[in-house]
Design a protein around this ligand. Structure first.
Ligand code: ADP
Ligand code: MG
Length: 432
């Protein structure tokens, strides 16, 4: 066993306060939007139609989604924990704008570890004789907000003796992040168990009322910290996933909400009139959400898609190419984007990707501290994430909250990839 410290910057990074506030202000809108998409069978069906023809992973998720709908949902309580990620795009006149990178609707991580980074950075600033600056760092504890959402869902499930199950990875590299949320639950006298898909396959069962049992313990809430990439699944794990989705346990997220976080849905949302259709009567929310969108383009088969592909091949540095994957390290840009798109431009395979305008933040200097890495100053860019938590019971939203933030920073030469991918490190915003 090897224990390392979580990678982090030496110093907090400057973040424009207006954009920080804008990101907070739009989060409850995004909670409503994700929830609305998850309930809209026609939207998901229509939006993912071309994708599931070519992307097996999305297709398998979609099949389970359809199967549980046909069978009838066993639970009317829904718990969403998401993280909307942004970068600060530098316009031609140098004014930064908040642009959404993506929204993560399953296993959005680092709400726990990031609850500690402001304390570390505060200490560093004090050591440097900058106590005034240290006192300006914002307190931040997403793990508490996440736990309050899970606790609410557990309470609505309505069984004192039922447990919360964290569904965790086979190799648990990020356990301490998860423990922060877990501890908040134990502090509220809610029991937590940690299980893998394999355990569910071997020991999980449903009773006649579709109550989920693990080793004889009733499970009220399943909190996925796994299950978002193809490599998390073999045949048995897919069966375990189906069992969980069919069960009466509250799923965080349910499979429809996971599908709402696909890149294809992200692209479809930018179509004219789409947000209005999904959020009727919420014009202000629509305006706030749309203001964060970068240009997004479909590569679906047809004339429009042909034009978009040609445009990206001619000018690859303006774009970013994304497959339906999570976890970092899957996107294509620059010369690689051009080569791949050239190869697949006449094949339906291109519909497994979406195209996005490249976001160009202003770099700044920092030290990225990572175990076993040399210490050197690097030119860095940051990505701000905002955690959203909501609980719906039937048609009624019983909780819709912003739980806190996460700042991740990486060297500019690593254009793609997150903390788990070994590229980005944890940071703290210093508002300017
Ligand atoms: P994933 O689901 O793999 O995390 P993301 O959409 O978050 O996919 O992309 C991964 C990384 O790629 C981001 O953290 C960001 O650094 C970079 N990235 C994504 N989209 C863009 C974009 N449009 N412009 C510039 N960089 C981007
Ligand atoms: Mg991401």
């Amino acid at each position: 066993q090897v224990v390392n410290y979580a990678p982090l910057t030496l110093l907090p990074s400057a973040v424009p306060s207006a954009l920080f506030e804008q990101a907070y202000a739009v989060q409850q809108d995004f909670n409503l939007l994700v929830d609305a998409i998850s309930q809209n069978k026609e939207f998901l069906e229509h939006t993912l139609a071309s994708t599931i023809k070519v992307d097996d992973f999305t297709a398998q998720l979609f099949r389970i989604h359809m199967q549980v709908l046909e069978e009838g949902l066993a639970q009317s309580v829904f718990l969403g924990i998401n993280r909307s990620d942004y970068m600060f795009d530098c316009g031609v006149d140098g004014t930064p704008a908040l642009k959404q990178i993506e929204i993560n609707t399953i296993a959005a991580s680092f709400g726990g570890l990031t609850s500690r980074t402001a304390v570390v950075h505060g200490r560093v600033l004090k050591v440097l004789g900058k106590s005034k600056e240290a006192s300006r760092l914002l307190p931040n504890n997403p793990s508490k907000g996440l736990a309050l959402g899970i606790a609410k869902a557990w309470e609505l499930y309505g069984s004192q003796s039922a447990v919360v199950m964290f569904l965790v990875e086979e190799v648990q590299r990020n356990i301490f992040d998860q423990r922060c949320v877990e501890n908040e639950l134990w502090n509220r006298n809610i029991r937590v168990i940690r299980k893998r898909f394999r355990d569910v396959f071997e020991k999980g069962s449903l009773d006649d009322a579709k109550r989920l049992y693990m080793d004889g313990q009733e499970v009220a809430v399943v909190y996925y910290r796994e299950g978002y990439v193809p490599k998390n699944y073999d045949q048995q794990n897919w069966e375990a996933r189906l069992l969980l989705e069919r069960s009466r346990a509250v799923k965080c997220p349910d499979i429809a909400t996971q599908l709402a976080g696909t890149k294809k849905v992200q692209q479809e949302l930018s179509q004219p009139g789409m947000l209005e259709r999904l959020l009727p009567g919420r014009a202000e929310a629509v305006t706030r959400i749309r203001a964060t969108f970068a240009g997004l383009y479909s590569l679906d088969v047809g004339e429009e898609g042909d034009k978009i592909a040609a445009m990206a091949i001619a000018d690859p540095d303006r774009f970013w190419l994304k497959p339906q994957r999570e976890g970092g390290g899957n996107n294509l840009y620059g010369e690689e984007l051009r080569q791949v798109l050239e190869k697949i431009r006449d094949s339906p395979e291109r519909t497994s990707y979406i195209l996005m305008d490249k976001i160009k933040p202003q770099p700044s200097m920092n030290y990225l501290l990572r175990a076993h890495s040399p210490l050197q100053v690097s030119e860095c860019i940051s990505e701000l994430g905002i955690f959203g938590v909501y609980v719906r019971q039937g048609k009624e939203m019983v909780m819709n909250e912003v739980a806190g933030h996460l700042l991740r920073t990486k060297a500019i030469e690593h254009a793609d990839g997150g903390v788990a991918a070994g590229v980005a490190v944890l940071d703290t915003p210093y508002l300017v």
